[in-house]
Design a protein around this ligand. Structure first.
Ligand code: ATP
Length: 390
């Protein structure tokens, strides 16, 4: 049997890993390729407060899911102490002592191989398939390969992969800034968001791709209108534009969900001061949407709160809450009477725009015989009080 393996910390696994592994499996015509997340890597510190071993294992499974012949092994995570490749190779060889065993690695690992624990033995036992991590590393690899062949007699074959210049370290920095999604397999990104790993902030385009299936087709123009308006208002009033964009993308996320399921989200989140009453059914989706935004997409407390209050409003709203409430009310697809005036006001006086919009919304509810949620009256009263006080 011809088998290969790629070890790493996979913190997180990225498209550089996936692309190199898939190409190597093809070029070497491997019968099996193992991905082996390290438990305690001997050569680097795992960053504090990052992903756990189990989470790295799960992300590795998600990253390589669907690639034929690829299998994720948890051996190094289960083994005690540092994860030495020599121990793993020993175990792999026990399974198939006569077969070919190829180790895949990027240039960085290839350069240090003989210095690894039992490096001499590894060099004489393994076949090695190095590949460039950056453009132009091929010559360096070939020169090293020649030296290793001479010294240890190692069988080496360079993989001709087009390098994707990314490392897990640089990715973690990008994720904190609301970037980097395009360098990750979609399901890994979803997992990172859901578990709020690496202090991730959702990247709006990637978040939209994940959130879109939650919406009815007919609601999409509204959500996109709201997204655009929220960004404009955030720029105008100095709010965090990334938070505004993400809150707008998620604000109606549970709107098409049956009430029972919405209530389950509220219960699971456990911090919703809203007891469901049929007369406030319109407001439920804001509370359950906030819960889903936090539980499924790991949004920050500020974004969660903006989603939660986007329908009812509340007393003493944060700037982001005001922006999302208004964006929902004035986005370009809205044709409510008087909306143009509120659009204009939103440019010059945000609180006045909100006050007018709340009044008009309360009037509209009453005209239609519906009971407004108490938080809406409180929102309006708070704004009017501000006026009296000043
Ligand atoms: P870190 O930034 O923590 O060093 P990393 O991105 O180098 O992480 P590891 O999980 O440590 O990722 O690497 C596992 C293996 O994948 C190593 O052999 C490494 O050379 C290789 N590798 C890492 N990044 C890439 C990439 N962009 N393209 C191809 N191979 C890569």
């Amino acid at each position: 049997m011809r088998r290969g393996f790629l070890g790493g910390t996979f913190n997180p696994p990225h498209l550089g890993h996936v692309q190199a592994a898939a190409e190597a499996a093809k070029e070497l015509e491997l019968d099996a390729l193992y991905l082996i997340p390290a438990g305690i890597p001997p050569h680097k510190e795992l960053p504090e407060g990052g992903a756990t071993g189990e989470q790295r294992l799960e992300m590795t499974r998600l990253a390589f899911d669907g690639i034929p012949g690829l299998q994720v092994l948890d051996w190094e995570l289960r083994r005690k102490g540092k994860s030495y490749t020599a121990d793993t190779v020993e175990a792999l060889r026990t399974e198939d002592p006569e077969g070919e065993l190829w180790m895949l690695c990027g240039t960085d690992m290839f350069e240090t191989l003989p210095d690894w624990r039992r490096g001499d033995w590894l060099m004489r036992t393994l076949r090695v398939a190095p590949y460039p991590r950056k453009a132009g590393e091929e010559e360096r690899i070939d020169a090293l390969a020649e030296a290793y062949r001479r010294e240890f007699g190692t069988t080496i074959r360079r993989i001709g992969v087009q390098p994707l210049e990314v490392s897990s370290t640089s990715l973690r920095v990008l994720l904190r800034k609301g970037k980097g999604a395009a360098l990750l397999p979609k399901e890994v990104y979803r997992f990172i968001l859901k578990n709020r790993l690496y202090d991730v902030r959702p990247e709006p385009d990637a978040l939209w791709e994940l959130a879109r299936p939650w919406y009815k087709k007919s609601r999409i123009p509204h959500v996109l209108g709201c997204r655009e308006t929220a960004v404009n208002l955030a720029e105008r009033w100095g709010a965090d534009t990334l938070d505004a964009e993400n809150a707008a993308i998620l604000h109606d996320i549970t709107k098409k969900m049956p009430v029972e399921e919405q209530l389950q989200y509220c219960e699971k989140r456990g911090n919703i001061n809203f007891s469901y009453r049929p007369e406030y059914e319109e407001a439920l989706h804001a509370f359950s949407g906030a819960a889903a935004a936090a539980l499924e997409f790991g949004v920050s407390p500020e974004v969660e709160s903006a989603v939660r209050w986007h329908t009812t409003g509340r007393a003493d709203m944060s700037l982001l809450e005001k922006i999302i409430w208004l964006a929902d009310y004035i986005e370009p697809n809205r044709t409510t009477p008087g909306v143009d005036e509120i659009r204009r006001l939103a440019e010059s006086d945000l609180d006045e725009a909100l006050r007018r919009a709340l009044e008009s919304s309360l009037r509209h509810l009453e005209e239609n015989g519906r009971t407004p949620h108490p938080a809406t009256r409180e929102a309006l009263a708070f704004l009017c009080r501000g006026e009296v006080d000043s």
